[in-house]
Design a protein around this ligand. Structure first.
Ligand code: ZN
Ligand code: ZN
Length: 552
C-alpha cells in the first residue's frame, strides 16, 4: 500500500505578487484529497493589451476535481478572491469565508450571475474537511477579517498565513491572535507557508493608529476642497478618513463604485461604526468647499476611477481647482508608476495641491517587514519555512531569512512545484502543469492560445493586408487589393506606397509555378514574403502581412 503524504502545491502567487492559489493534499499519491486556499487574480498592464484580469490556470486541480473538498478564503483582497466567481463554480466544492469576505464574494457572484456553495464561518472557526482539520486564526492586515489558516493533519500541522502584518494598535478589528499562534508553536508546527511581500524592508510596517493621527492633523490644516484617495477595501483607513473629516467639520461624500460597494459590505456585516454618515454627491455639490471631503477611488491612476475622471475634469459631481487638495493615503503599487504620476501631474496642472505618503506619514503597508516576520517565526516556531506571495527575489530572500530565524529548512516554491511536507524532509517531488488564464472579453483563455500576443505584436509592427482573386487557370483576376493599418501609407516624399505593394504581391504570386498556385498555403507564403520585403525596403521595418485568397 502506498504511504500517505502531506503535500503543498502553489498554482499561483509563488513567483509573482497576485493571483494566489494554493493547494494542500493529503493521502497516498493516487488518491490525494485536496483543499484550496485562495483563488485570486492578477491585473493586466500595458504589456497585456486588452487584458485587465489574469487568473491562475487551474487545469491540474480540475482534473482532480472530485477530490477537491473545499476552497478556503483568507481575506477579501482581489489577489485572493478575485477569481472566485470566474473559477470556483467549476470546482464544485464548498467555499468557506468569514462574513466580510463572504459579503464581497456574494457581490462578485451576483455581478457574474453565478452561484456556489458559500459557507460563512466565524473568525475562529474550526472544522473538519476530509483528512484536514481547519482552523481560522485572526491576524491584522489592510482589510477587515484577515485570517491565517491552520491546517492540521495526521502527519503534522501547517500554518498558512495568508496576508498579514502585526499592527499592535489596529483602528478596526482585533489585534493579532498571538495566543493561538504561540500555542501552535508549543504543539510543534511542521511548516509555515508565509507572506513574503515586504521581506526586503527593514523594521516594521507601522500602525493604522499613527496614520489616523496624521490624517486628522493634515485634513484639519486644509482650507479648500479636499479629496482623499485610498484603497477602497482598507475599511479601517476609510473609517479613519471619515473620522478625520468629522473632526475638521467636513461631511464625507463617497465617489467611485468600489468605494460604495465596500462601505455597503462593511455596513452589512456590522463592522462600520454606527455613527458614520455620508452625503450624496448632489448635496455635497451645494456645500461650501471647506465643509466637505470627497473620498475617492483611483489611487493607482486607474483611468475609469473617480479620481482620474476628476483630474480630466470629466466628473459629473466634482470639479477641483486652485486652492483644493488631493491626498493620496496609499502607495504606488510597482507597475503603476506611469499612470499615477500622469494623474498627479494633471491635478497639479489644475492648481491642486497634491500630498502623498512621501510628504507625510499617511500610509502603512499591510504586509510584514523583517521585524514582524521575526516575531511570527518566534511565535509559531515552524520546522520548515515555505515562503509564498512574492516575486522570485522576495521568495529567495525570505527563505534565507527564515534560516536565520531558527527553521531547519526553507523551501521557496514556484507555481507548479509539488512539495512533500511530510513524511521526511520537505522536497519538491513533482512539477505539475501551471500557467495563466487571461480574461479576454468574456472568454477565459490560456495565455499561450490567447490573441493578446497577436495584439501586442500588432501594437509594435502594423499590418498590411493583401486580397487576391485567383481563377481556375491560376491567373489573377484583378490587381491585388492592399490595406495598411499601423504602418506608413506613403513614403517620405509623400508618394503612396500601396501601388508598390500591389506590384510586389503580383510578382510574388506570378513567380510561383502553376501547380503551386492551387495551394493556398504556398500562395500565402509567397505573397507575404514579397510584400514584407518590399515594405521593409521602403519603411525599414517588417510589418505583419495577412493574405486573403479568393478563388473564383
Ligand atoms: Zn495578497
Ligand atoms: Zn491582502
Amino acid at each position: 500500500m502506498a504511504r500517505e503524504e502531506l503535500v503543498f502545491l502553489p498554482l499561483g502567487g509563488s513567483g509573482e505578487i497576485g493571483m494566489n492559489m494554493n493547494l494542500y493534499g493529503f493521502g497516498p499519491p493516487h488518491s490525494r484529497k485536496w483543499i484550496m486556499i485562495d483563488c485570486g487574480v492578477l491585473f493586466g498592464d500595458l504589456s497585456t493589451p486588452g487584458i485587465d484580469i489574469i487568473t491562475p490556470d487551474p487545469a491540474f486541480i480540475l482534473e482532480h476535481k472530485k477530490n477537491l473538498k473545499a476552497l478556503i478564503l483568507t481575506h477579501g483582497h482581489e489577489d485572493h478572491i478575485g477569481a472566485v466567481a470566474l473559477l470556483a463554480p467549476k470546482f464544485d466544492c464548498p467555499v468557506y469565508a468569514t462574513p466580510f469576505t463572504a459579503a464581497l464574494v456574494r457581490r462578485k457572484l451576483a455581478e457574474a450571475e453565478t452561484t456556489l456553495d458559500l459557507r460563512v464561518v466565524d473568525m475562529s472557526a474550526r472544522f473538519e474537511i476530509g483528512p484536514f482539520n481547519i482552523e481560522f486564526v485572526t491576524l491584522t492586515h489592510s482589510i477587515p477579517e484577515p485570517s491565517g489558516i491552520i491546517v492540521r493533519t495526521k502527519l503534522g500541522n501547517v500554518l498558512h498565513t495568508g496576508d498579514w502584518k502585526i499592527d499592535p494598535e489596529p483602528t478596526l478589528g482585533p489585534v493579532t491572535d498571538s495566543k493561538t499562534l504561540t500555542a501552535l508553536g508549543d504543539d510543534g508546527l511542521l511548516a509555515m507557508v508565509c507572506d513574503s511581500t515586504n521581506v526586503l524592508s527593514k523594521g516594521e510596517s507601522g500602525s493604522e493608529t499613527r496614520v489616523r493621527e496624521n490624517l486628522t492633523k493634515l485634513i484639519a490644516e486644509q482650507e479648500g476642497r479636499v479629496a482623499v484617495t485610498t484603497f477602497a477595501s482598507n475599511v479601517s483607513r476609510v473609517v479613519s478618513i471619515c473620522e478625520a473629516a468629522a473632526a475638521a467639520g467636513r461631511s464625507v461624500c463617497l465617489l467611485g463604485r468600489s468605494m460604495l460597494r465596500v462601505v455597503e459590505a462593511a455596513r452589512e456585516v456590522g463592522i462600520l461604526p454606527e455613527n458614520l454618515t455620508f452625503v450624496e454627491p448632489q448635496e455635497a455639490g451645494f456645500m461650501p468647499r471647506e465643509f466637505v471631503l470627497y473620498l475617492c477611488t483611483g489611487s493607482q491612476g486607474e483611468r475609469q476611477a473617480a479620481l482620474a475622471r476628476i483630474a480630466r475634469d470629466e466628473h459629473r459631481d466634482l470639479t477641483l481647482s486652485e486652492g483644493d487638495t488631493v491626498i493620496f493615503s496609499s502607495k504606488i503599487i510597482p507597475g503603476n508608476e506611469r499612470e499615477i504620476y500622469a494623474l498627479q501631474n494633471m491635478l497639479v496642472d489644475l492648481g491642486v495641491h497634491v500630498i502623498t505618503e512621501k510628504d507625510r506619514f499617511i500610509h502603512v503597508s499591510g504586509h510584514p517587514c523583517r521585524d514582524e516576520l521575526k516575531k511570527m517565526y518566534e511565535w509559531a516556531r515552524p520546522r520548515y519555512a515555505v515562503p509564498v506571495h512574492g516575486e522570485a527575489r522576495h521568495l529567495e530572500e525570505h527563505a534565507e531569512f527564515a534560516l536565520t530565524l531558527g527553521v531547519e529548512e526553507s523551501i521557496a516554491p514556484r507555481n507548479g512545484d509539488l512539495i512533500r511536507l511530510a513524511p521526511g524532509a520537505p522536497e519538491v517531488i513533482d512539477e505539475v502543469p501551471s500557467g495563466r488564464l487571461l480574461l479576454d472579453g468574456a472568454m477565459l483563455l490560456p495565455e499561450g492560445s490567447s490573441p493578446m500576443r497577436e495584439r501586442r505584436k500588432l501594437a509594435y509592427e502594423g499590418i498590411v493586408s493583401v486580397a487576391i482573386a485567383v481563377d481556375s487557370d491560376g491567373e489573377l483576376v484583378a490587381p491585388p487589393a492592399i490595406g495598411i493599418l499601423g504602418a506608413p501609407h506613403a513614403d517620405e516624399d509623400g508618394e503612396p506606397i500601396a501601388g508598390d505593394l500591389q506590384e510586389a504581391a503580383e510578382d510574388g504570386f506570378e513567380r510561383l509555378a502553376r501547380k503551386k498556385r492551387e495551394d493556398d498555403e504556398a500562395v500565402s507564403i509567397a505573397v507575404q514574403r514579397a510584400v514584407r520585403n518590399r515594405m521593409t525596403s521602403i519603411w525599414g521595418r517588417r510589418p505583419i502581412v495577412g493574405v486573403l485568397i479568393n478563388r473564383v
